[in-house]
Design a protein around this ligand. Sequence first.
Ligand code: PXL
Length: 272
Amino acid sequence: MKAQKRILTVQDISCVGQCSLTVALPILSACGVEAAVIPSAVLSTHTGNWTGFTFRDLTDDIPEITRHWNDNGIDFDGIYTGYIGNARQFDMINVIREKLLRPGAPVIIDPAMADLGRLYYGFDEAFVAGMRKFINGADYALPNITEAAFLTGLDYRESYDEKYIEKLAAETIALGVKNVIITGVSFEPTKLGICVCDGKSIIYHFEDKLEMSCHGTGDVYASVFTGKLISGMSALESGKAAAVFTRNAMLNTPAEHNYGVNFESILGELTL
Ligand code: PXL
């Protein structure tokens, strides 16, 4: 029997919203990976389509959780971070990176903080600066184009060419990331895909583009990528599997459903 891997994921619980932990947990489980969590915050909904949501910051719990795990010899085959509710958490998570990862365990960072040219509600330049330092040393960073532009300080562009995407990738690598996968790349109206760069080579992968855009697809993408990578797939194959699953989840989502994607009924596509 293959030994089951255990990963730690740090992101918020949006109680309703089909994003962050409510997406990561079922997807990682379907990939056959044990998922341990640190909830970075608890919100009544995500911050994208609603106003008036609640927000409970769980920053102060992180050092105590870390201490307890450390005292009990609990460690992980990888760490995957998403939406971080407070910049104070970066240093705390870095302690986990130093102390609780097994040798060779990958650090996977989805710098979930922006989309469509704008930072999400509540984030500012100081948070971006924190994320820029935090991704230093990551094995994989999974920014969308907006996030890569904020991280690198390059202009955000709606229309662009390969040169722009490759500059974003190279400048992200220059921040100390070993591999970057830029999501949401499209050079022609009918194709949408990813740019995978390890600092030496650039590989693109495209799927047919759908006439819709949905909230939470970045979280679905990063969770499938992580689940597949941790269960032994190469980075490129994990990136492709995540692109296919994310597209299928969008196809499974009716147009009137406006806060996430209906990935639940297709989770079987991920099981081994
Ligand atoms: O899907 C990213 C995400 C995660 N968590 C919260 C969010 C968002 C995006 O808006 O608001 C709370």
